[in-house]
Design a protein around this ligand. Structure first.
Ligand code: URA
Length: 429
């Protein structure tokens, strides 16, 4: 087959800050998926995109080309509207777990295709796999049945969605090109648009524990993704939320499931409840079901009922005891005063080193490993108070986890915390 373009020309155009044409973009994404554009050529193009950026039109065409590389799902046969949430990833971010059943209470179907953790941020599937018997893999038919019966499903994304992204994401991971905003936005949105949801709420994290460390970058990413969704006919809204400190009081798989169940039982930490309720309100609004008392469904047991049915539908036992780690170790305050900083990245790396996360995608995770948090920024603590409990099955990991926390905890006499009042910093629509 004669190729329409030469990969080197496309790379040189982007290197020289020229806009790529729609045809060039469609060709390069397709030819890369077919193996005609070599890994080293795509790697060079990704770096040129990172350095020189892309226009809104280029990003939109790139996203459409990635969608066209695979299958598209279709939920139009369901009797209710669909809404989905995507988080750019953070430490202690267990929100999907209470959120999916909560939204389903209000007759909006939630098809939540999720991933596993890599690096210091946890993955929703790893968390749910700490529930005895629960299965992440569903066929498209089983997913549709569950959406019809229960209204909510959290499962692994099938390999058919945006295969170009799978290949490109793995390449970016090893070539220093993950951080390119056009590539992050098109990667996330190609999967979400291909998944076929009618409404989408994006939780764009900002802070040390997030991909985007500054508000400026997070805003640009959110704006780019909202535009891509809107252009594709998906009602899309983004919230910018704080990730300078972990969400809630746990980071680690079974520990986070336990906290999510507390939220579903009407309790749990206020920041987790606040963000869950706010995201649910946005999802319902985007699906034309706004104006409901969402918090009431957490306190009166309706969301818990959907959770139990959702877990059981995928083979899980919602009543089984959650796994716990064999060993614990306490981290204590070394001074008295205000806890001014509990750094999300430091806690995320500590949880990861304790065994909650993986360094390579084939590594196993420990269900019980992680960090339990006893004080949050703004709290007054006394020297010797327990700030964190570290959990692991392999106690030789404690020292490396403590190293990760070095510099991440700050207690200052008369100090004030550097975290914002509310976890929701901004809304972009
Ligand atoms: N998540 C994705 O799916 N893709 C990215 O590029 C970054 C985060």
């Amino acid at each position: 087959m004669t190729e329409a373009f030469d990969a080197v020309d496309v790379i040189v155009h982007k290197r020289d800050r020229r806009e790529l044409s729609d045809d060039e973009i469609r060709w390069v994404v397709d030819a890369y998926t077919r193996g005609v554009v070599a890994e080293e050529q795509m790697s060079s193009l990704a770096m040129a995109i990172l350095l020189n950026g892309m226009t809104r039109r280029e990003i939109s065409t790139w996203t459409t080309a990635m969608i066209a590389s695979g299958e598209r799902m279709d939920f139009s046969s369901l009797s209710r509207p669909t809404a989905d949430k995507h988080s750019t990833g953070g430490v202690g971010d267990k929100i999907t777990l209470p959120l999916a059943p909560l939204v389903a209470v209000f007759d909006v179907a939630v098809p939540q295709l999720s991933g596993r953790g890599l690096g210091h941020t946890g993955g929703t599937l790893d968390k749910l796999e700490s529930v005895a018997g629960w299965q992440a893999g569903l066929t498209n038919e089983a997913m549709m049945r569950q959406l019809d019966d229960v209204g909510a499903v959290i499962c692994a994304a099938g390999s058919g969605l945006a295969p170009a992204d799978k290949k490109l994401y793995a390449l970016r991971d090893v070539t220093g090109t993950v951080e390119a905003i056009p590539l992050i936005a098109s990667s996330i949105m190609s999967k979400k648009i291909a998944e076929g949801t009618g409404a989408l709420v994006l939780d764009v994290k900002v802070g040390s524990g997030a991909f985007m460390k500054t508000r400026e970058n997070a805003t640009e990413l959110a704006r780019t993704m909202v535009d891509l969704g809107t252009d594709a006919g998906v009602t899309t809204v983004a919230l910018l939320t704080d990730m300078s400190t972990p969400l809630g009081l746990t980071a680690g798989n079974a520990l986070e499931v336990r906290e999510s169940v507390e939220v579903l039982a009407g309790g749990g930490p206020e920041d987790v409840v606040e963000l869950t309720v706010r995201l649910a309100e946005e999802m319902l609004e985007a699906a034309d079901r706004g104006g409901q008392d969402v918090r009431a469904a957490l306190t009166d047991g309706r969301a818990m009922d959907v959770w139990r049915r959702m877990i059981a539908a995928q083979g899980g036992d919602p009543d089984a005891a959650l796994p716990t780690a064999a060993h614990t170790h306490e981290v204590k305050a070394t001074a008295s005063g205000t806890l001014t900083r509990l750094d999300a990245y430091a806690v995320g790396v500590a949880a990861w080193r304790l065994g909650a996360g993986r360094a390579r995608k084939e590594d196993p995770v420990q269900a019980g490993a992680g960090v339990e948090i006893h004080a949050k920024p703004g709290d007054t603590v006394r020297e010797g108070d327990v700030l964190l409990t570290l959990h692991t099955d392999t106690p030789e990991r404690f020292a490396r986890a403590e190293d990760a926390l070095e510099g991440g905890i700050e207690v200052v006499e008369g100090g004030t915390a550097q975290t914002p009042e509310s976890v929701v910093i901004d809304r972009i629509a």
